[in-house]
Design a protein around this ligand. Sequence first.
Ligand SMILES: *Cc1c(COP(=O)(O)O)cnc(C)c1O
Length: 366
Amino acid sequence: MTSLNDLPIRDDLRGREPYGAPQLDVAVRLNTNENPYPPSPRLVKALGEAVAEVAGSLNRYPDRDAVALRADLADFLNADTPGAGLTAERVWAANGSNEIIQQILQAFGGPGRRALGFEPSYSMHPIITHVSGTAWIDAQRDEDFGLDPERAVAAVEAHRPDIVFLTSPNNPTGTALPPEAIEAILEVAPGMVVVDEAYGEFRREDTLSSLELLPDHPRLIVTRTMSKAFAMAGTRLGYLAADPAVIEALLLVRLPYHLSAVTQAVARTALAHSEELLGTVDTLRHERDLLVGWLRSQGLRVADSDANFVLFGTFADRRRVWRAVLDQGVLIREVGPPEWLRVSIGTSEETATFRSALTTALKEAQ
Ligand SMILES: *Cc1c(COP(=O)(O)O)cnc(C)c1O
C-alpha cells in the first residue's frame, strides 16, 4: 500500500488536511450557508430547457470568455448597486468564487509574494494562498470581529502585502466592515485589494457594497457568488467586478474553456429569474434577526450578522455542544474562534428544530 507520504508530493503540502466541512446525511443541514429554498418547479423547468438547448452543441467548446453571461452579471450588479456602472469588460466569472480567488492568486500572488487577511475569516483564503505558493500573513480582527481602520492600515503598512483579503460581510462572524476601513486600506495597500462579498445580498439596508468604490480604485476587486443568497450552490458560479485591466490579467491564468456550456446556460437562466431566487432573502434576513434575538435571550454571546448565518458562543467545549446538536439531527459548524459555533439560517421550521436541539444540548451541558 502506498501512502501519501511515499509520493513525491510538494514539501509544502506534506501534512496538510483537505478542506472538509462535513457532508453528513442528516435531516437539518445548517453548516455551509446555503439558501435552504430549492428552485421552484417553474424554474426547474426553465433550467431543464436551457440545458436541453445547449445539449445539441456539446460537441463544441463553449464561449471561452463567457461574454453573454458576464453581461448578464453586470446588469445584475448594476441593479444591486446603482452607480456601479458595470459592463461585461468589468466582470469575470469562474466555477465558484473559490476559483475566482485561485485565479487572483495565480495572477497577483505566487512564490516570493504575500497575501494578508484579517482573521477570523474565510478559511479558504489562506488555503488557496498556500496552494498557489504565496505566503500568508495572518493579521487579526478586533475583539468584536470588526476592523479598526487605523490598526488595519498599520498592518498593511507593516507587511506591504501583494494582496489584501477583506471579507464583508465576514464569514464566519457575519460582521460587515465599515466603508472607512476599506477605503483606508485602499489608500495604503501597495498591491491588490480583494473584498469578498459572498454574502453581499444579505447585508443590512445601510451597509455599503464595495462595488461603489470600484470607479475610483483600479486595484480593487469585489467578488460575489451565486452559491449563497442566489440559491445556486450546485451550479458552481462565482464572479468578480474590477477594472478591465484586472480581467486582462486573469485571462493569462484561467484555463481555456473553464466554464462549461451547461454552467453558462444554467447561470444565465438563473439570472433571468433573479427576482424569484432572491425573493427569499428578506425572509432569511428576518429569520436571522429573530435567531440573534433568541440566542441572546438564552444568555449567549452573538456576533452582529449581515449574512445568512450567526456565530454564537461561548462554550468551553464547543465540540460537545456541536455533537449534542448533531445527535438530534441538526448539523451546524465548528468553525472560527475556538469557543464559538456557527449556524446557517434555514427555513423557519429548520431554525425551530435547531432552537429546540440547542436548548436540549445546553441543558445537557450544565
Ligand atoms: C462560501 C464562500 C465562498 C465560496 O463560494 P463558492 O461556492 O466557491 O462561490 C467565498 N467566500 C466566502 C466568504 C464564502 O463564505
